[in-house]
Design a protein around this ligand. Sequence first.
Ligand code: G6P
Length: 617
Amino acid sequence: MCGIVGYTGCREAYPILIKGLHRLEYRGYDSAGTALFSENYGNLNIFKASGKVSDLEKAAEGHDRSGSMGIAHTRWATHGSPNVANAHPHVSQSGDITLVHNGIIENYAVLRDQLKAKGFTFKSQTDTEVLVQLIEFIRTTQETDIVNAVRLALTKAIGAYAIVVMDKRTPDVLVAARNASPMVIGIGENDSEFFIASDASPIAEYTNRMVYLNDGEVAVCVKGSPLKVLNLENDSVEAKVKKVNLDLNMLDKGGFPHFMLKEIFDQPNVLKDCLRGRLLPEHQRVILSAVTEHREELLNAKRFIVVSCGTSWHAGLIGKQLIEDFCQIPVEVAYASEFRYANPVVGPGDIVIAISQSGETADTLAAINLAKAKGAMIFGIVNAVGSSIARHTDTGTYIHVGPEIGVASTKAFTGQVTVLIMLALALAHEKKSISTASYQEVLAELALIPEKIEKVLEQNDKIKTLASRYAECRNFLYLGRGVNYPVALEGALKLKEISYIHAEGYPAAEMKHGPIALVDEDMPVVFIATHHQLYEKVVSNMQEVIARKGKILAIVTEGDELVKKMVDEVIEVPQTLNCLAPLLTVIPLQILAYHIAVAKGLNVDMPRNLAKSVTVE
Ligand code: G6P
Protein backbone atom coordinates (compact mmCIF):
# COMPACT_ATOMS: atom_id res chain seq x y z
CA MET A 1 0.00 0.00 0.00
CA CYS A 2 1.18 3.60 -0.67
CA GLY A 3 4.91 4.16 -0.29
CA ILE A 4 6.84 7.32 0.51
CA VAL A 5 10.45 8.30 -0.11
CA GLY A 6 12.05 11.65 0.64
CA TYR A 7 15.59 12.98 0.57
CA THR A 8 17.42 16.15 1.53
CA GLY A 9 21.20 16.38 1.54
CA CYS A 10 24.12 16.90 -0.83
CA ARG A 11 23.47 14.08 -3.32
CA GLU A 12 21.25 14.14 -6.38
CA ALA A 13 17.82 13.25 -5.04
CA TYR A 14 16.18 11.74 -8.15
CA PRO A 15 18.14 8.44 -8.33
CA ILE A 16 17.66 7.92 -4.57
CA LEU A 17 13.93 8.55 -4.83
CA ILE A 18 13.39 6.30 -7.85
CA LYS A 19 15.46 3.46 -6.40
CA GLY A 20 13.53 3.87 -3.17
CA LEU A 21 10.19 3.67 -4.98
CA HIS A 22 11.34 0.46 -6.68
CA ARG A 23 12.19 -0.95 -3.25
CA LEU A 24 8.67 -0.11 -2.10
CA GLU A 25 6.93 -1.57 -5.16
CA TYR A 26 6.19 -4.74 -3.25
CA ARG A 27 3.70 -2.86 -1.08
CA GLY A 28 1.28 -2.66 -4.02
CA TYR A 29 0.30 0.56 -5.85
CA ASP A 30 -1.24 1.83 -9.06
CA SER A 31 0.38 5.21 -9.77
CA ALA A 32 3.57 7.02 -8.85
CA GLY A 33 5.02 10.51 -8.71
CA THR A 34 7.90 12.66 -7.57
CA ALA A 35 8.66 16.34 -6.88
CA LEU A 36 12.20 17.71 -6.99
CA PHE A 37 13.45 21.04 -5.87
CA SER A 38 15.92 22.29 -8.44
CA GLU A 39 18.43 24.69 -6.87
CA ASN A 40 19.49 26.05 -10.28
CA TYR A 41 16.20 27.70 -11.08
CA GLY A 42 14.37 27.51 -7.78
CA ASN A 43 11.73 25.39 -9.49
CA LEU A 44 9.67 22.50 -8.27
CA ASN A 45 9.66 19.86 -10.99
CA ILE A 46 6.86 17.38 -10.64
CA PHE A 47 6.45 14.15 -12.59
CA LYS A 48 3.58 11.68 -12.27
CA ALA A 49 2.33 8.60 -14.05
CA SER A 50 -0.41 6.06 -13.63
CA GLY A 51 0.90 2.51 -13.63
CA LYS A 52 4.37 1.55 -12.50
CA VAL A 53 7.49 3.35 -11.31
CA SER A 54 9.01 2.57 -14.72
CA ASP A 55 6.16 4.63 -16.27
CA LEU A 56 7.10 7.49 -13.97
CA GLU A 57 10.73 7.22 -15.12
CA LYS A 58 9.57 7.44 -18.74
CA ALA A 59 7.46 10.51 -17.92
CA ALA A 60 10.46 12.22 -16.32
CA GLU A 61 12.92 11.32 -19.09
CA GLY A 62 14.44 14.28 -20.89
CA HIS A 63 13.22 16.77 -18.25
CA ASP A 64 15.13 18.58 -15.52
CA ARG A 65 15.51 16.01 -12.74
CA SER A 66 18.23 17.87 -10.86
CA GLY A 67 18.08 18.83 -7.22
CA SER A 68 19.28 17.58 -3.88
CA MET A 69 15.89 17.59 -2.23
CA GLY A 70 12.75 15.76 -3.26
CA ILE A 71 9.80 13.60 -2.34
CA ALA A 72 8.27 10.63 -4.12
CA HIS A 73 5.29 8.36 -3.74
CA THR A 74 3.58 5.21 -4.93
CA ARG A 75 -0.20 5.47 -4.55
CA TRP A 76 -2.70 2.69 -3.91
CA ALA A 77 -6.00 4.29 -4.86
CA THR A 78 -8.58 4.92 -2.14
CA HIS A 79 -10.21 8.30 -2.96
CA GLY A 80 -10.41 8.63 -6.73
CA SER A 81 -9.17 6.37 -9.50
CA PRO A 82 -5.47 5.71 -10.14
CA ASN A 83 -4.86 8.47 -12.71
CA VAL A 84 -2.25 11.21 -13.03
CA ALA A 85 -4.44 13.89 -11.41
CA ASN A 86 -4.90 11.81 -8.30
CA ALA A 87 -1.27 10.63 -8.12
CA HIS A 88 0.96 12.27 -5.50
CA PRO A 89 2.74 14.62 -4.90
CA HIS A 90 -0.10 17.12 -4.55
CA VAL A 91 0.60 20.81 -4.84
CA SER A 92 -0.94 23.75 -3.02
CA GLN A 93 -2.86 26.47 -4.88
CA SER A 94 0.15 28.83 -5.07
CA GLY A 95 2.39 26.03 -6.33
CA ASP A 96 4.76 26.50 -3.35
CA ILE A 97 3.98 23.49 -1.19
CA THR A 98 4.08 19.83 -2.25
CA LEU A 99 3.05 16.87 -0.19
CA VAL A 100 2.98 13.07 -0.32
CA HIS A 101 0.67 11.15 1.98
CA ASN A 102 -0.06 7.58 3.05
CA GLY A 103 -3.29 6.87 4.88
CA ILE A 104 -6.74 8.43 4.84
CA ILE A 105 -7.90 11.85 6.06
CA GLU A 106 -11.37 10.93 7.25
CA ASN A 107 -12.74 14.47 7.63
CA TYR A 108 -11.46 15.54 4.21
CA ALA A 109 -14.94 16.37 2.84
CA VAL A 110 -15.67 18.87 5.62
CA LEU A 111 -12.22 20.43 5.30
CA ARG A 112 -12.56 20.65 1.53
CA ASP A 113 -15.88 22.48 1.80
CA GLN A 114 -14.36 24.93 4.28
CA LEU A 115 -11.39 25.55 1.99
CA LYS A 116 -13.61 25.94 -1.07
CA ALA A 117 -15.52 28.61 0.80
CA LYS A 118 -12.18 30.42 1.26
CA GLY A 119 -11.55 30.32 -2.50
CA PHE A 120 -9.42 27.17 -2.83
CA THR A 121 -9.95 25.01 -5.91
CA PHE A 122 -9.11 21.30 -6.23
CA LYS A 123 -7.60 19.42 -9.13
CA SER A 124 -7.98 15.88 -7.78
CA GLN A 125 -10.51 13.72 -5.99
CA THR A 126 -8.09 12.86 -3.20
CA ASP A 127 -8.23 13.49 0.51
CA THR A 128 -4.52 14.35 0.28
CA GLU A 129 -4.99 17.51 -1.75
CA VAL A 130 -7.14 18.87 1.07
CA LEU A 131 -4.22 18.56 3.45
CA VAL A 132 -1.75 20.45 1.27
CA GLN A 133 -4.27 23.29 0.72
CA LEU A 134 -4.99 23.42 4.44
CA ILE A 135 -1.27 23.74 5.16
CA GLU A 136 -1.04 26.59 2.66
CA PHE A 137 -4.11 28.27 4.10
CA ILE A 138 -2.63 28.18 7.61
CA ARG A 139 0.82 29.28 6.50
CA THR A 140 -0.60 32.29 4.63
CA THR A 141 -3.30 33.41 7.03
CA GLN A 142 -1.22 32.94 10.18
CA GLU A 143 1.99 34.15 8.52
CA THR A 144 3.90 31.26 9.97
CA ASP A 145 6.61 28.90 8.69
CA ILE A 146 6.06 25.54 7.03
CA VAL A 147 6.82 23.49 10.17
CA ASN A 148 4.19 25.31 12.19
CA ALA A 149 1.72 25.24 9.34
CA VAL A 150 2.08 21.46 9.01
CA ARG A 151 1.76 20.96 12.74
CA LEU A 152 -1.34 23.14 13.02
CA ALA A 153 -2.95 21.56 9.96
CA LEU A 154 -2.48 18.13 11.49
CA THR A 155 -4.32 19.18 14.64
CA LYS A 156 -7.35 19.64 12.36
CA ALA A 157 -6.96 16.40 10.40
CA ILE A 158 -8.73 13.26 11.60
CA GLY A 159 -7.47 9.95 10.31
CA ALA A 160 -4.29 8.13 9.49
CA TYR A 161 -1.35 9.74 7.83
CA ALA A 162 2.31 9.63 7.11
CA ILE A 163 3.27 12.75 5.18
CA VAL A 164 6.33 14.48 3.84
CA VAL A 165 6.06 18.13 2.88
CA MET A 166 8.35 20.41 0.91
CA ASP A 167 8.04 24.18 0.56
CA LYS A 168 9.72 26.21 -2.21
CA ARG A 169 10.25 29.04 0.26
CA THR A 170 12.43 26.91 2.52
CA PRO A 171 14.69 24.83 0.30
CA ASP A 172 16.64 22.10 2.19
CA VAL A 173 13.77 21.50 4.66
CA LEU A 174 11.60 18.40 4.61
CA VAL A 175 8.84 18.11 7.16
CA ALA A 176 7.61 14.59 7.95
CA ALA A 177 4.83 13.51 10.28
CA ARG A 178 2.89 10.40 11.22
CA ASN A 179 -0.28 9.20 12.81
CA ALA A 180 -1.14 5.49 12.52
CA SER A 181 0.89 5.07 9.34
CA PRO A 182 4.57 4.16 9.42
CA MET A 183 7.42 6.60 8.80
CA VAL A 184 11.17 6.09 9.21
CA ILE A 185 13.92 8.68 8.97
CA GLY A 186 17.43 7.57 8.11
CA ILE A 187 20.25 9.82 9.26
CA GLY A 188 22.99 9.84 6.66
CA GLU A 189 26.59 10.98 6.41
CA ASN A 190 27.84 13.42 9.05
CA ASP A 191 24.29 13.79 10.29
CA SER A 192 23.74 16.23 7.45
CA GLU A 193 21.44 14.35 5.11
CA PHE A 194 18.11 12.63 5.67
CA PHE A 195 16.35 9.76 3.97
CA ILE A 196 12.66 9.42 4.71
CA ALA A 197 10.53 6.40 3.85
CA SER A 198 7.52 4.36 4.82
CA ASP A 199 9.78 1.46 5.77
CA ALA A 200 13.49 0.87 6.10
CA SER A 201 13.99 -0.88 2.75
CA PRO A 202 14.69 2.26 0.62
CA ILE A 203 17.04 3.64 3.29
CA ALA A 204 19.06 0.58 4.30
CA GLU A 205 21.73 0.93 1.62
CA TYR A 206 22.64 4.46 2.75
CA THR A 207 22.55 4.26 6.52
CA ASN A 208 21.62 1.96 9.39
CA ARG A 209 20.83 4.83 11.79
CA MET A 210 17.11 5.24 11.81
CA VAL A 211 14.45 7.09 13.77
CA TYR A 212 10.94 5.62 13.77
CA LEU A 213 8.45 8.43 14.27
CA ASN A 214 5.66 7.87 16.78
CA ASP A 215 2.05 8.89 16.30
CA GLY A 216 1.57 12.63 16.61
CA GLU A 217 5.22 13.48 15.92
CA VAL A 218 6.56 15.92 13.35
CA ALA A 219 10.17 15.64 12.16
CA VAL A 220 12.05 18.59 10.80
CA CYS A 221 14.84 17.49 8.47
CA VAL A 222 17.12 20.34 7.47
CA LYS A 223 20.17 19.61 5.34
CA GLY A 224 23.27 20.12 7.50
CA SER A 225 21.42 20.37 10.83
CA PRO A 226 20.56 17.76 13.46
CA LEU A 227 17.16 16.12 13.23
CA LYS A 228 14.44 17.87 15.25
CA VAL A 229 11.28 16.10 16.39
CA LEU A 230 8.23 17.90 17.80
CA ASN A 231 4.83 16.80 18.98
CA LEU A 232 1.63 18.44 17.79
CA GLU A 233 1.71 20.75 20.84
CA ASN A 234 5.07 22.07 19.62
CA ASP A 235 7.19 20.52 22.40
CA SER A 236 10.53 18.98 21.46
CA VAL A 237 10.62 15.20 21.61
CA GLU A 238 13.73 13.04 21.86
CA ALA A 239 14.61 11.43 18.51
CA LYS A 240 15.57 7.86 19.43
CA VAL A 241 18.11 6.57 16.92
CA LYS A 242 18.00 2.81 16.33
CA LYS A 243 20.55 0.68 14.47
CA VAL A 244 18.65 -1.27 11.84
CA ASN A 245 20.65 -3.66 9.68
CA LEU A 246 18.76 -5.04 6.71
CA ASP A 247 20.34 -7.67 4.51
CA LEU A 248 20.19 -6.06 1.07
CA ASN A 249 20.54 -9.43 -0.67
CA MET A 250 17.23 -10.31 0.90
CA LEU A 251 15.68 -7.44 -1.02
CA ASP A 252 16.76 -8.87 -4.39
CA LYS A 253 15.34 -11.79 -6.34
CA GLY A 254 18.52 -13.85 -6.03
CA GLY A 255 18.24 -15.41 -9.50
CA PHE A 256 14.55 -16.36 -9.24
CA PRO A 257 12.07 -14.97 -11.79
CA HIS A 258 9.81 -13.65 -9.03
CA PHE A 259 10.10 -12.69 -5.38
CA MET A 260 7.31 -15.12 -4.56
CA LEU A 261 9.21 -18.12 -5.91
CA LYS A 262 12.37 -16.96 -4.19
CA GLU A 263 10.51 -16.63 -0.92
CA ILE A 264 8.94 -20.07 -1.31
CA PHE A 265 12.43 -21.51 -1.83
CA ASP A 266 13.83 -19.38 1.03
CA GLN A 267 11.70 -21.31 3.52
CA PRO A 268 14.14 -24.04 4.61
CA ASN A 269 16.81 -21.45 5.39
CA VAL A 270 14.67 -18.78 6.95
CA LEU A 271 12.89 -21.28 9.15
CA LYS A 272 16.31 -22.30 10.42
CA ASP A 273 16.84 -18.60 11.26
CA CYS A 274 13.47 -18.55 12.98
CA LEU A 275 14.38 -21.61 15.07
CA ARG A 276 17.97 -20.54 15.74
CA GLY A 277 18.75 -19.88 19.38
CA ARG A 278 15.21 -20.84 20.36
CA LEU A 279 14.96 -24.50 19.53
CA LEU A 280 17.80 -26.27 21.24
CA PRO A 281 17.37 -29.91 20.24
CA GLU A 282 20.70 -30.89 21.77
CA HIS A 283 19.39 -29.57 25.11
CA GLN A 284 15.90 -30.79 24.29
CA ARG A 285 14.44 -27.36 25.05
CA VAL A 286 12.65 -24.56 23.33
CA ILE A 287 13.37 -21.15 24.80
CA LEU A 288 11.49 -17.99 23.92
CA SER A 289 12.68 -14.98 25.85
CA ALA A 290 9.14 -13.57 25.95
CA VAL A 291 7.96 -16.73 27.72
CA THR A 292 10.85 -16.60 30.17
CA GLU A 293 10.26 -12.93 30.94
CA HIS A 294 6.47 -13.11 31.18
CA ARG A 295 6.10 -16.64 32.46
CA GLU A 296 3.56 -15.86 35.19
CA GLU A 297 1.23 -13.71 33.06
CA LEU A 298 1.30 -16.26 30.25
CA LEU A 299 0.72 -19.29 32.43
CA ASN A 300 -2.06 -17.59 34.35
CA ALA A 301 -3.81 -16.25 31.26
CA LYS A 302 -7.58 -16.69 31.28
CA ARG A 303 -7.44 -17.10 27.53
CA PHE A 304 -5.58 -15.99 24.45
CA ILE A 305 -7.20 -13.97 21.69
CA VAL A 306 -5.43 -13.94 18.35
CA VAL A 307 -6.05 -10.81 16.24
CA SER A 308 -4.78 -10.70 12.68
CA CYS A 309 -5.77 -10.44 9.01
CA GLY A 310 -5.39 -12.48 5.83
CA THR A 311 -2.68 -15.11 5.87
CA SER A 312 -1.72 -14.16 9.42
CA TRP A 313 -5.28 -15.01 10.48
CA HIS A 314 -4.85 -18.48 8.98
CA ALA A 315 -1.66 -18.93 10.99
CA GLY A 316 -3.69 -17.92 14.05
CA LEU A 317 -6.22 -20.70 13.39
CA ILE A 318 -3.39 -23.23 13.45
CA GLY A 319 -1.97 -21.63 16.59
CA LYS A 320 -5.33 -21.99 18.31
CA GLN A 321 -5.40 -25.74 17.74
CA LEU A 322 -1.84 -26.18 18.96
CA ILE A 323 -2.11 -24.00 22.07
CA GLU A 324 -5.43 -25.55 23.07
CA ASP A 325 -4.13 -29.07 22.45
CA PHE A 326 -0.77 -28.67 24.19
CA CYS A 327 -1.62 -26.14 26.90
CA GLN A 328 -5.36 -26.51 27.50
CA ILE A 329 -5.71 -22.72 27.51
CA PRO A 330 -8.72 -21.43 25.53
CA VAL A 331 -7.86 -19.50 22.39
CA GLU A 332 -10.12 -17.33 20.25
CA VAL A 333 -9.13 -16.16 16.80
CA ALA A 334 -10.60 -12.89 15.54
CA TYR A 335 -10.30 -10.91 12.35
CA ALA A 336 -8.69 -7.71 13.62
CA SER A 337 -11.08 -5.64 11.49
CA GLU A 338 -14.10 -7.19 13.25
CA PHE A 339 -12.60 -7.28 16.72
CA ARG A 340 -11.85 -3.55 16.76
CA TYR A 341 -15.50 -2.57 16.25
CA ALA A 342 -17.19 -5.38 18.17
CA ASN A 343 -17.00 -3.93 21.68
CA PRO A 344 -15.17 -7.16 22.59
CA VAL A 345 -15.18 -8.63 26.08
CA VAL A 346 -11.48 -8.40 26.83
CA GLY A 347 -9.55 -7.23 29.85
CA PRO A 348 -6.91 -8.01 32.48
CA GLY A 349 -5.94 -11.67 32.42
CA ASP A 350 -6.46 -11.94 28.66
CA ILE A 351 -3.48 -12.13 26.38
CA VAL A 352 -3.95 -10.82 22.87
CA ILE A 353 -1.61 -12.36 20.32
CA ALA A 354 -1.17 -10.00 17.36
CA ILE A 355 0.18 -11.79 14.29
CA SER A 356 1.45 -9.66 11.43
CA GLN A 357 4.12 -10.00 8.78
CA SER A 358 4.42 -6.27 8.05
CA GLY A 359 3.72 -5.08 11.57
CA GLU A 360 1.83 -2.20 10.00
CA THR A 361 -1.66 -3.57 9.28
CA ALA A 362 -3.98 -0.78 10.40
CA ASP A 363 -6.77 -3.06 11.64
CA THR A 364 -4.40 -5.21 13.69
CA LEU A 365 -2.77 -2.14 15.19
CA ALA A 366 -6.16 -0.69 16.14
CA ALA A 367 -7.26 -4.04 17.61
CA ILE A 368 -4.24 -4.26 19.89
CA ASN A 369 -4.56 -0.64 20.98
CA LEU A 370 -8.17 -1.32 21.94
CA ALA A 371 -7.26 -4.51 23.83
CA LYS A 372 -4.41 -2.73 25.59
CA ALA A 373 -6.69 0.10 26.66
CA LYS A 374 -9.03 -2.50 28.16
CA GLY A 375 -6.20 -4.00 30.18
CA ALA A 376 -5.10 -7.03 28.14
CA MET A 377 -1.45 -7.90 27.68
CA ILE A 378 -0.27 -7.86 24.05
CA PHE A 379 2.04 -10.51 22.63
CA GLY A 380 3.34 -9.81 19.10
CA ILE A 381 4.31 -12.33 16.45
CA VAL A 382 5.75 -10.00 13.86
CA ASN A 383 8.26 -10.16 11.03
CA ALA A 384 9.18 -6.51 10.39
CA VAL A 385 11.60 -5.47 13.12
CA GLY A 386 10.81 -2.07 14.65
CA SER A 387 7.40 -1.90 12.95
CA SER A 388 4.43 -0.16 14.56
CA ILE A 389 2.84 -3.36 15.86
CA ALA A 390 6.16 -4.58 17.24
CA ARG A 391 6.52 -1.32 19.12
CA HIS A 392 2.98 -1.37 20.50
CA THR A 393 3.15 -4.84 22.05
CA ASP A 394 4.17 -5.66 25.63
CA THR A 395 6.29 -8.58 24.54
CA GLY A 396 6.55 -11.03 21.68
CA THR A 397 8.64 -13.08 19.32
CA TYR A 398 9.93 -11.93 15.95
CA ILE A 399 9.60 -14.53 13.23
CA HIS A 400 12.93 -13.53 11.63
CA VAL A 401 12.26 -14.76 8.10
CA GLY A 402 13.68 -11.65 6.40
CA PRO A 403 11.77 -9.08 4.35
CA GLU A 404 8.89 -10.58 2.38
CA ILE A 405 8.37 -8.73 -0.89
CA GLY A 406 5.89 -10.87 -2.89
CA VAL A 407 2.40 -9.62 -2.08
CA ALA A 408 1.17 -13.17 -1.50
CA SER A 409 2.61 -14.20 1.83
CA THR A 410 4.57 -17.47 1.89
CA LYS A 411 7.61 -17.64 4.15
CA ALA A 412 5.96 -15.32 6.67
CA PHE A 413 3.14 -17.85 7.06
CA THR A 414 5.45 -20.77 7.78
CA GLY A 415 7.48 -18.50 10.07
CA GLN A 416 4.36 -17.51 12.00
CA VAL A 417 3.27 -21.14 12.34
CA THR A 418 6.78 -22.07 13.51
CA VAL A 419 6.70 -19.40 16.22
CA LEU A 420 3.23 -20.50 17.30
CA ILE A 421 4.43 -24.10 17.60
CA MET A 422 7.39 -22.96 19.71
CA LEU A 423 5.10 -20.81 21.84
CA ALA A 424 2.67 -23.69 22.41
CA LEU A 425 5.55 -26.02 23.30
CA ALA A 426 7.29 -23.55 25.61
CA LEU A 427 4.07 -22.80 27.48
CA ALA A 428 3.02 -26.43 27.69
CA HIS A 429 6.42 -27.36 29.08
CA GLU A 430 6.20 -24.67 31.77
CA LYS A 431 2.61 -25.62 32.53
CA LYS A 432 3.52 -29.31 32.54
CA SER A 433 0.51 -29.95 30.31
CA ILE A 434 2.61 -31.97 27.86
CA SER A 435 4.51 -35.14 28.69
CA THR A 436 8.29 -34.93 28.46
CA ALA A 437 8.26 -37.64 25.80
CA SER A 438 5.79 -35.75 23.56
CA TYR A 439 7.60 -32.44 24.13
CA GLN A 440 10.88 -33.94 23.06
CA GLU A 441 9.35 -35.79 20.15
CA VAL A 442 7.85 -32.57 18.73
CA LEU A 443 11.12 -30.67 19.34
CA ALA A 444 13.18 -33.27 17.53
CA GLU A 445 10.76 -33.38 14.61
CA LEU A 446 10.55 -29.58 14.39
CA ALA A 447 14.32 -29.47 13.93
CA LEU A 448 13.91 -31.70 10.85
CA ILE A 449 11.24 -29.56 9.19
CA PRO A 450 13.62 -27.39 7.10
CA GLU A 451 15.09 -30.47 5.35
CA LYS A 452 11.64 -31.95 4.86
CA ILE A 453 10.56 -28.70 3.17
CA GLU A 454 13.59 -29.10 0.87
CA LYS A 455 12.14 -32.44 -0.20
CA VAL A 456 8.78 -30.86 -1.01
CA LEU A 457 10.53 -28.13 -3.02
CA GLU A 458 12.17 -30.83 -5.16
CA GLN A 459 8.73 -31.39 -6.66
CA ASN A 460 8.58 -27.89 -8.12
CA ASP A 461 8.84 -29.14 -11.74
CA LYS A 462 6.17 -31.76 -11.24
CA ILE A 463 3.80 -29.18 -9.73
CA LYS A 464 4.59 -26.80 -12.59
CA THR A 465 3.45 -29.43 -15.10
CA LEU A 466 0.29 -30.04 -13.10
CA ALA A 467 -0.38 -26.31 -12.87
CA SER A 468 -0.42 -25.90 -16.64
CA ARG A 469 -3.42 -28.27 -16.70
CA TYR A 470 -5.36 -26.24 -14.18
CA ALA A 471 -4.70 -22.74 -15.53
CA GLU A 472 -8.00 -22.57 -17.41
CA CYS A 473 -10.16 -23.60 -14.45
CA ARG A 474 -12.63 -21.05 -13.11
CA ASN A 475 -13.22 -22.46 -9.60
CA PHE A 476 -11.35 -24.54 -7.04
CA LEU A 477 -12.29 -26.14 -3.76
CA TYR A 478 -9.67 -26.77 -1.05
CA LEU A 479 -10.51 -29.21 1.73
CA GLY A 480 -8.69 -30.31 4.86
CA ARG A 481 -9.36 -31.21 8.48
CA GLY A 482 -7.85 -30.28 11.84
CA VAL A 483 -4.63 -28.33 11.39
CA ASN A 484 -4.93 -28.84 7.65
CA TYR A 485 -8.24 -26.96 7.50
CA PRO A 486 -6.49 -23.54 7.87
CA VAL A 487 -4.00 -24.82 5.28
CA ALA A 488 -6.95 -25.36 2.91
CA LEU A 489 -8.03 -21.77 3.56
CA GLU A 490 -4.50 -20.56 2.92
CA GLY A 491 -4.15 -22.61 -0.29
CA ALA A 492 -7.40 -21.13 -1.60
CA LEU A 493 -6.33 -17.61 -0.63
CA LYS A 494 -2.97 -18.01 -2.42
CA LEU A 495 -4.73 -19.09 -5.61
CA LYS A 496 -7.31 -16.26 -5.47
CA GLU A 497 -4.69 -13.61 -4.74
CA ILE A 498 -2.39 -14.23 -7.64
CA SER A 499 -4.31 -16.20 -10.29
CA TYR A 500 -7.73 -14.49 -9.89
CA ILE A 501 -9.37 -17.92 -9.91
CA HIS A 502 -12.26 -18.26 -7.50
CA ALA A 503 -11.28 -20.69 -4.76
CA GLU A 504 -12.83 -21.66 -1.46
CA GLY A 505 -11.38 -23.46 1.52
CA TYR A 506 -13.57 -25.62 3.72
CA PRO A 507 -13.26 -28.19 6.48
CA ALA A 508 -13.53 -31.43 4.47
CA ALA A 509 -16.51 -32.73 6.44
CA GLU A 510 -18.45 -29.51 5.84
CA MET A 511 -18.39 -30.14 2.10
CA LYS A 512 -21.61 -32.10 2.26
CA HIS A 513 -23.41 -29.12 3.80
CA GLY A 514 -23.22 -27.00 0.68
CA PRO A 515 -20.07 -26.95 -1.46
CA ILE A 516 -20.74 -30.48 -2.73
CA ALA A 517 -23.49 -28.97 -4.87
CA LEU A 518 -20.73 -27.28 -6.90
CA VAL A 519 -18.79 -30.46 -7.63
CA ASP A 520 -18.80 -31.67 -11.25
CA GLU A 521 -16.17 -32.67 -13.81
CA ASP A 522 -15.02 -29.03 -14.14
CA MET A 523 -14.38 -28.49 -10.45
CA PRO A 524 -10.89 -29.37 -9.21
CA VAL A 525 -10.90 -30.28 -5.54
CA VAL A 526 -7.63 -30.09 -3.64
CA PHE A 527 -7.61 -32.40 -0.63
CA ILE A 528 -5.03 -32.23 2.10
CA ALA A 529 -5.04 -35.82 3.24
CA THR A 530 -1.89 -36.53 5.19
CA HIS A 531 -1.78 -39.33 7.73
CA HIS A 532 -3.51 -38.39 10.96
CA GLN A 533 -6.39 -39.65 13.02
CA LEU A 534 -9.00 -38.27 10.59
CA TYR A 535 -7.27 -39.60 7.46
CA GLU A 536 -9.90 -42.29 6.77
CA LYS A 537 -12.69 -39.75 7.13
CA VAL A 538 -10.99 -37.45 4.61
CA VAL A 539 -10.64 -40.42 2.25
CA SER A 540 -14.43 -40.94 2.56
CA ASN A 541 -14.94 -37.29 1.58
CA MET A 542 -12.80 -37.97 -1.50
CA GLN A 543 -15.12 -40.83 -2.44
CA GLU A 544 -18.02 -38.40 -2.31
CA VAL A 545 -16.25 -36.12 -4.77
CA ILE A 546 -15.22 -38.99 -7.05
CA ALA A 547 -18.86 -40.18 -7.14
CA ARG A 548 -19.74 -36.75 -8.57
CA LYS A 549 -16.96 -36.79 -11.18
CA GLY A 550 -14.91 -34.08 -9.45
CA LYS A 551 -11.17 -33.97 -10.28
CA ILE A 552 -9.00 -34.49 -7.23
CA LEU A 553 -5.51 -33.30 -6.50
CA ALA A 554 -4.44 -34.72 -3.15
CA ILE A 555 -1.57 -33.72 -0.88
CA VAL A 556 -0.64 -36.99 0.81
CA THR A 557 2.02 -38.48 3.05
CA GLU A 558 4.93 -40.09 1.19
CA GLY A 559 4.16 -43.70 0.31
CA ASP A 560 0.36 -43.34 0.45
CA GLU A 561 -0.77 -45.98 -2.06
CA LEU A 562 -4.47 -45.88 -1.22
CA VAL A 563 -5.18 -42.32 -2.29
CA LYS A 564 -2.78 -42.58 -5.24
CA LYS A 565 -5.01 -45.28 -6.72
CA MET A 566 -8.20 -43.32 -6.15
CA VAL A 567 -7.50 -39.80 -7.41
CA ASP A 568 -6.24 -37.97 -10.51
CA GLU A 569 -3.05 -36.46 -9.08
CA VAL A 570 -1.07 -36.65 -5.86
CA ILE A 571 1.74 -34.61 -4.40
CA GLU A 572 3.64 -36.32 -1.63
CA VAL A 573 5.06 -34.65 1.45
CA PRO A 574 7.38 -36.37 3.93
CA GLN A 575 5.92 -38.02 7.01
CA THR A 576 5.80 -35.76 10.05
CA LEU A 577 3.80 -35.26 13.25
CA ASN A 578 0.28 -34.02 12.66
CA CYS A 579 0.88 -30.81 14.62
CA LEU A 580 3.71 -29.90 12.23
CA ALA A 581 1.98 -30.99 9.03
CA PRO A 582 0.92 -27.45 7.95
CA LEU A 583 4.60 -26.52 7.56
CA LEU A 584 4.85 -29.15 4.81
CA THR A 585 1.35 -29.30 3.31
CA VAL A 586 1.17 -25.58 2.59
CA ILE A 587 4.33 -25.65 0.44
CA PRO A 588 2.85 -27.48 -2.60
CA LEU A 589 -0.19 -25.21 -2.43
CA GLN A 590 2.03 -22.12 -2.57
CA ILE A 591 3.93 -23.60 -5.53
CA LEU A 592 0.71 -24.61 -7.30
CA ALA A 593 -0.80 -21.12 -7.01
CA TYR A 594 2.48 -19.62 -8.22
CA HIS A 595 2.72 -21.77 -11.36
CA ILE A 596 -0.96 -21.38 -12.23
CA ALA A 597 -0.57 -17.57 -12.06
CA VAL A 598 2.63 -17.71 -14.15
CA ALA A 599 0.91 -19.97 -16.71
CA LYS A 600 -1.82 -17.34 -16.96
CA GLY A 601 0.82 -14.66 -17.60
CA LEU A 602 -0.08 -12.67 -14.48
CA ASN A 603 2.01 -10.35 -12.34
CA VAL A 604 2.71 -12.75 -9.51
CA ASP A 605 4.55 -10.39 -7.19
CA MET A 606 2.14 -7.52 -7.55
CA PRO A 607 -1.34 -8.87 -8.18
CA ARG A 608 -4.05 -6.42 -9.15
CA ASN A 609 -5.86 -4.53 -6.38
CA LEU A 610 -3.78 -6.03 -3.56
CA ALA A 611 -1.30 -4.38 -1.26
CA LYS A 612 1.43 -5.94 0.82
CA SER A 613 1.19 -3.59 3.72
CA VAL A 614 -2.39 -2.56 4.40
CA THR A 615 -2.05 0.69 6.30
CA VAL A 616 -5.67 1.80 5.90
CA GLU A 617 -8.66 0.12 7.47
C1 G6P B 1 -2.42 -8.06 3.10
C2 G6P B 1 -1.42 -8.98 2.44
C3 G6P B 1 -1.58 -10.39 2.98
C4 G6P B 1 -1.45 -10.38 4.49
C5 G6P B 1 -2.43 -9.40 5.14
C6 G6P B 1 -2.12 -9.20 6.62
O1 G6P B 1 -3.70 -8.39 2.70
O2 G6P B 1 -1.57 -8.97 1.04
O3 G6P B 1 -0.57 -11.20 2.43
O4 G6P B 1 -1.67 -11.66 4.98
O5 G6P B 1 -2.31 -8.12 4.52
O6 G6P B 1 -0.87 -8.56 6.71
P1 G6P B 1 0.14 -8.65 7.91
O7 G6P B 1 1.32 -7.84 7.45
O8 G6P B 1 -0.55 -8.02 9.09
O9 G6P B 1 0.47 -10.06 8.15
